[in-house]
Design a protein around this ligand. Sequence first.
Ligand SMILES: Nc1ncnc2c1ncn2[C@@H]1O[C@H](COP(=O)(O)OP(=O)(O)O)[C@@H](O)[C@H]1O
Ligand SMILES: [Mg+2]
Length: 364
Amino acid sequence: MSVYLNRLLIENFRCLPLVDWQPIAGVNILTGPNGIGKTSFLESVHFLSSGKSFRAGGIHSLIRHGQSMVSVYGEILKNGNAHCLGLSKDKTGQMKARLQGHPLAGVSPLSLLLPVVSIHSDSYYLIDLGPEFKRRFLDWLTFHVKPSHLLTWKKYRKILLQANALLKQKEVKREQRHFWYEQLAEVGEALSENRATVFSSLKTAFQTRLETMQLEALQVDIEYRRGWRQGEPLFDAFCESDSRNIRYGVVSIGPHRMDMLIRSHCEEAKKILSRGQKKIVAMALYLSQLEVIHSLTSQWPVICLDDVDSELDKQRLEFVIEAFSEIKTQVFVSSLHPETLKNLFCRNNETSVFHVEQDMGVSF
Ligand SMILES: Nc1ncnc2c1ncn2[C@@H]1O[C@H](COP(=O)(O)OP(=O)(O)O)[C@@H](O)[C@H]1O
Ligand SMILES: [Mg+2]
């Protein structure tokens, strides 16, 4: 099964005023000078799929200066069927998602129709920053192989907020707290089970990927930490942590504290890997994520690669592009050196180079 964008209409997205672009189903290489809008193109594809940016700065920075709204419209072909997706956000953060012209309550149907994996200059955050990035990474993957995970996660978060509110109140009876722990434990066990199943596929794919990318020498390993002690029912763990929960006014353990440890030579990878090594390990993780989605759903997501060739030596870049070349899906890649990438990709893929130009969008 395949999905690809055959038209992208971008309006007031960062420096892009109005662009009507017809990308190819293969590898779309975007090139042009610094600051012309290459990353913004990739970001608009990511936005259409998720309602989010992959850069820091929040939604306001996406809206073109002086404008009140950003919108992206895409036509996709999925397994031979055409779908029209639309997404806009205004300055207040209000979002409007549309599918075939009909309004949607949220973005998740767009995300399922057009899954996008974006790899960019901040992807090494996965190695460097706190557990929330890893939770987001694993939850995104879990949602794409089991869409009901999103509902389970939303339900858990709602109960968690209620339990936290209760823990901040004075003179609450133990039975009341236990009532909320029970509700939270039931959903939390399901949430954690979903993640654990997907994590085990991810770990297998990751180990194979490290070998094919000849990264064994880094001795990288990933471990799933579910957020409370192994082998203990979640309800018991909540009850055990009760006095600490009261002290801090929040539920202190549980699936919302999940982490994915990334180690190299048995130490935290963030402490010992170089920036280039972090980038390549993060890429191996994203490639594993893609493989898991494909093996469990028979579908490849669309891939956005921003400045893929920065910080990688020639051999590493070849390994990375080789890996992406084997994936038969639509790729958007930005680069200052399009010829190098074109040569690396073109052996197996249909490739087109697009020049991003000032106020004009793209041209061949
Ligand atoms: N909200 C915005 N409105 C207008 N221009 C913006 C906005 N956000 C960023 N920019 C400008 O857009 C350009 C960013 O382009 P970018 O996609 O990062 O370029 P490239 O990847 O080609 O280097 C920069 O010149 C930046 O100043
Ligand atoms: Mg850029």
